[in-house]
Every structure is written in structure tokens, then in C-alpha cells.
Design a protein around this ligand. Sequence first.
Ligand code: 3H9
Length: 709
Amino acid sequence: MTQQDQSQTAEGQITESVRLERRDDVALLIVNNPPVNALSYHVRQGLIDGMAAAEASDATAIVLICDGRTFIAGADITEFSQPPKPPGLVPGQEAMENCSKPVVAAIHGTALGGGLEVALCAHFRVAISSAQFGLPEVKLGLLPGGGGTQRLPRITGPQRALEMMVSGDPIGATEALDCGLINEIVGDSLADLEAGAVAFARRAAAENTPRPRIRDRNERLEGFGTEQFAAFRASIARRTRGFEAPDRIIRCVEAAVSTAASGDFEAGLAAEARIFGELMGSSQANAQQYYFFAERAAQKVPDVPRDTPQVDIARVGILGAGTMGGGIAMNFANIGIPVTLVERDEASLERGLGVVRRNYERTAARGGISSDDVQTRMDLLAGSTDMGDFADCDLMIEAVFENMALKKDVFAQLDGICKPGAVLATNTSALNVNEIASATSRPHDVIGMHFFSPANVMRMLEVVRGDATSHTAIATAMSIGKRIGKTPVLCGVCHGFIGNRMLFMRGIEADQMLLEGATPAQIDKVVYDFGFPMGPLAMRDLAGLDVGWNSETSSSSTVREVLCESGRRGQKNGRGYYIYDPATRASTPDPEVEQIIRDFASDRGAALRSVTDQEILERCLYPMVNEGAKILDESIALRGSDIDVTWINGYGWPMYTGGPMYWADEIGLGEVLDRIRHYHEALGGEHWTPSPLLERLAAEGGSLARYES
Ligand code: 3H9
């Protein structure tokens, strides 16, 4: 076929990932770049050349559509760490916008980032009902750099566009239709998509429908000014504290509004490109992009391949309907899996189910779910006081008190009740899973599934592999964890697993610094200013100061014991390290507590001094890095990045620093090791003994984050 013939019929392979096909008079420009049709350079080139060929052909309209599981899901993130590869995205986008024939984007899966920005250059967008639309660049420390900050506000209005871009969360097809982002929902299946998009395109050509360009639509930007931007900034201040990208996104939308007045769309685009350039390659963007791949790596277990047989989870059993058990149950009810929830007596069961219902009702009141959803989810929770009702459960999660004897007793009973092959999980946050498993005749079915509190909210899930745990149990726990929206990280057995084991080290130093002269408020402020949602002492107050405390054995041996003995229980009774306002839960330092700490220190002959903020930061965080290195060395974690995923999702380590391992790499392992050695010499203590792995990596110029055990 000659070049001439090819452009006449507009068919054939354009680049390795883009091809043209014909459906009679309509040209289909098809992207096929697995796994997510990212905008790699050959896709960008394919858009330019494919549009040119389709425009030159005798086709009357053009449909942009994708093979595989999704429409274009954004820029190719793997290209970000390499020198830019031409062509850019703009020529392809302009070819669509300025095309003399109607261009329709046909969307399934997720139109994200640069993918949505391409779709916004089509004259029309149609989608199937399951499609999602979003500009998630903020999660990568970036902003939409393909015109998204200029075009989205012109379609949805600035308020909704700002919300979408600053949260990074996608919206569904119905919402997209309501706000004008798409023109039509053309059905539910992939076949519906192609047929619907082709019909839409053909109609637009036949009726000679005007071909709207979003860049020309300024009306929705009117009336949004200084006051509205200030209100939006105030509304997001708390949840975006420390992140650089959200404010940059707002600045781009401000540019969209201010340049619209003079009709200068290109000036808005130029502002976006300049501000995008400020973020690309910044330390926050690098850290957040590292985290993106870290989270995906954590799903992979080298000796448990993707095709490992799994237990089909038709019903989940949960023992304990307290705060933890109830929260865990909600995760399964949320995705339609029935749960058997067992408590020791009717009163506790009723209390637990009541808390779950109130949680759902609160979500419904905020508009998160409908009131019908509340009932549907509650109907999935079957309460009982008889453990025999666990007999038909495929996955059992025990959520009783942290007491080894109790857990062993429970597992021995479950062994007699549960059907063969059921996965038996413990929600212990620190105890030895091997010992728990030894109480059963089937230790291969026993695994840890450590949910973080509140379990219906927190994304972290530590999956704890015992010595005998089977591949099937691991694959099942990791996969159901992902299905319920968690971020599962696999770890081995040790006291406290990855997360709490490192947390203990921070706690030791926080306690010690109190006795040297730092106040709770000073320690907490340093950790908060680093980017955590709260400091270690405020966190203890939130969790309950008396967790793990026993009034019978308490002997005033620590400040915490003394505080518990004086009736302080933390936030739940309004007094802990701080005093809490019963209405607002706002905390204020408690002079009595500071006196208790001073008395405690002086009874032990400790001289108080002024502790600097820098010392507080180092003594809170470096022992965690050191412990993380030990955890890696012992192969408790599979990779350094798994530790980062655990701390970001489980404890609020600021994502824009990449997590403890990545953060230490960025500082320089040599420098971190020097400080650890310094504190080891000055203070002693096992937790300051330098990790041999850290010593080795520091000497070799290696990386903790990229280390695989
Ligand atoms: C952007 O667009 C900037 C523009 O504004 C500027 C334009 C000029 N690139 O998550 P999964 C890989 S920024 C490269 O497990 P799922 C991923 O690593 C981008 N690779 O699947 C994984 O690889 P592996 C804005 C990517 O079904 C595999 O695909 N877009 C990309 O659970 C499967 O991923 C985003 O931020 C990518 N963009 O979820 C979207 N995306 O199998 C980011 C994924 O080797 N992506 N991979 O581990 C996502 O949110 C999810 O991947 C998605 C699918 C929802 C699409």
C-alpha cells in the first residue's frame, strides 16, 4: 500500500503503541501501551502522526480509544527520572483541538492525569458507566502539566476543579456527566464504548455539530476571585500542610482566571508550564514518585507468585466487636462481603454493632454513602455470641485483647470450629504469630493481619508471615487486603513487626528526653513540625495512656505509670500528657504533668537541661532508622521501601519525605550513622547500637530504601 492509499483509508500501525483502524467513515485512533496506556514517547508521537493521518484521510470523524484495561492513565512516570524524550504532549493535543473533523475521546477504566488532559482536547468525551476521571498529579508531588489546570476549571468551574486537583481523587462517570466533563454515558461494556463513540462521532459529523474547544470557554471562570481562592486555601490548609504542590495548583488556577479576562489562554498555559517546572525534580516530587513505585512493589512477594491459589472469601468471621473488631468488619461489609461478628455476651455485641451503625450514619450524614447503604452494610453483619458460627467462614480474624494466653486459647478453639483450609488471622500488633499458630493443628493456615486503628479508616495492613504460613494464606491475605482498600505490607515475626518495633524506639527516646528537661509539648511540636499529624506523646494520649497498663502491677517505675496511677487515661478521660477540652478535644499543656515529670526526674537524680529541637528530632527519628536497618538485616521486611510504605500509611510519616529509609538515604547514610554512633556513646542502650547493615551500606555508598533482603 502506498503512503497515499494509507492516508486515504487511514488504517495501519502508526507507532509501536498507536494504530489507526476504520469503522466505515469513522477513524479509530487506538492506543495500546500496557499496562495502563501511559503517555510514553511513542504514544505521544502516535497521537501526532495518527491525528495527521486521520485528518488527511477521507474519514468524517475520529474516535480516540484505548485497548486493554483503561483509557490513558497519565504520563509515563518511569520517564520522569530520565532526560526528556521528544515529542512533548502539546502537538498531539493541538492536533486534536484544531482538527477539522469531530474528535471524540472514548473512555473506559481511568482517564487520569495526562490521559484526562488529552481527552480534554477532544471536542467530545463519551464513557462507559464504570469509567473514572481524575488529575492525580498532586499525589506525585506535581500538578497537571498538560493544560489540565487551565481546561478543567473551564468545564467544571474553578471550585470543583480545585477540589479534584488538590485531592487527586477521581470522580465517576455520573458525576462527570453532571458537571459537563463528559457528553454522554454510552453503556457499560467495552463493546458499548466503541459502538457508542462511533455513533456519537458519526452523528456529530452528519449534523455538522460545532466542534467546541474547551480553551475558548471562559464563562465558568467568571465570578471566582480573590475571596474564593482565599476561602479554598483556608479549607485545605490542614490536610495539605507541608506539601508544596497544592498551593502551586491554586496558583495555576489563579492564572487561568486572570488570563481569561484578556482571552489569553496561551499565557495561562505558560504559567502552568513554568510552575510545573518548579515542582518537577523537586525533593518532594522525587519522594512522592519513589513512594508511588514503593507502594506497588510492596504488593509483590518474590516467592509467592501472582498465580498462587487463593482461598475464595465468601464470608469473614471476626472475633471481638470492640473498636478494632467493629472497624475491621466495616471494611468487608463496605465491599459486600458478609461478616460473622462474635462477642462474648449480648451486651458487648449490641454495643459493638451500635458503634458500627453510628460510624456508618456519620458517613451518610456527611454524604459519603446513602442511608440505604447504611442498612445494606449493617445487614451484612451477622452478630452472634457463639464461636460455633464461625464454621462456614473462609477467613477468620481474631481481634481480642493483646494477651498471649488468651490468643492461644482462642486459636485452639478456632482450630476445632473452622472449616479446613480457612485462613486464620490474628490482629495482634506485636505478639509472636508462630506461638499463636502453635496452638492449632494447622499452623500453615495461620497468619497475622495487623490493622491499624481506626481500622475502617487507616490504610495500613501488616500481613505477618509465620514460619509455617502457607503461600495460599499469604496470597489470600495480601489480595483481600488490597480489595478492601488497604495497603498490605508483608513482614516476618518479631516483637512489634515493622511498625510498632520502630515506634518503640522513638518512645524510648521521647521518655528519656522528658527526664532530661524537654516538655511533652516541645517534643510533640518538633515531630509535628517535621510533618507527622501529631507527636509521640499526643499519640499515646489518643491511643489511651492505659493501653498495656496494669493497675495491679503498676509500680511508678515510669512517668507513664505515674500518670496512669494518677487517673490519667489520655484523650478518653480528658487528661493524659495534656488536658483536653471535652467539646473540641483541643489540648493544652498540663503544669501538673510537667511537675510530675520534674519530680520523677529529680527522684532519680537526673539533672534537667535545655534540650534543643535538633536533638529532639534526631533522637526521635534516628533510632527508628537504625531499627529499620536491623529489621531489614533480619529479613523481617522484604525491602527498605516496604518500611517506608508502613510508616507513611500506618503512622503518618510525611509522604513528601519518602519515609524513614528514603529520608535517611537523602540525608546521607554516613551522616546518619555518625549521629547514631554519637548517641550510642553518649547515651548507651541497645537501640543505639549501630545496625551492621547500616554500617555496611554507609561504607559502600548503598541505599536503605532500595535494599532488598
Ligand atoms: C501526569 O500525567 C503528568 C501530566 O499532567 C503531565 C503531562 C505532560 N506510568 O497501580 P497498578 C504501572 S503524572 C508508568 O498496580 P491498578 C505500575 O507501576 C501521571 N507506569 O494497577 C504497575 O507496574 P508493575 C498521572 C505506570 O489497576 C502497573 O502499571 N497519572 C503508571 O491497581 C499497574 O499499576 C497517575 O498518577 C504510569 N502513569 O491501578 C496514575 N501507572 O505491574 C497512576 C501505573 O510493574 N496510576 N503504572 O508494578 C494509577 O493510579 C494506577 O496505576 C491505575 C491502575 C489506577 C491506573
